[in-house]
Design a protein around this ligand. Sequence first.
Ligand code: SF4
Ligand code: SF4
Length: 90
Amino acid sequence: MTHVIFDLCIRDGACAEVCPVECIVPGEPEEEWPWFYIDPDTCIDCGACVPECPVDAIRPEEDLKIEFPQYVAAIELNAEYFRSGPGYPK
Ligand code: SF4
Ligand code: SF4
């Protein structure tokens, strides 16, 4: 499983500062990737990022499907950001 950032993200970066495996990155370019994204292959589901988010925009993947079905596309967007790029900053 993984945690997922979805559409409500305001890009303040608070989640990325606490992630113990540094798998949260700001989407670039911002016009195409307007949120932060979580690498699903690296996330260890520790949950540390969730209480840091001021707008409650992070959920475990399975919870997102139930609580915010209107935002399930974010699951694939998070994965795609790392699978096909841009991915981690160079
Ligand atoms: S759940 Fe833990 S490992 Fe996964 S993105 Fe959040 S802080 Fe990082
Ligand atoms: S803490 Fe929330 S609003 Fe801030 S970058 Fe992370 S997901 Fe986006």
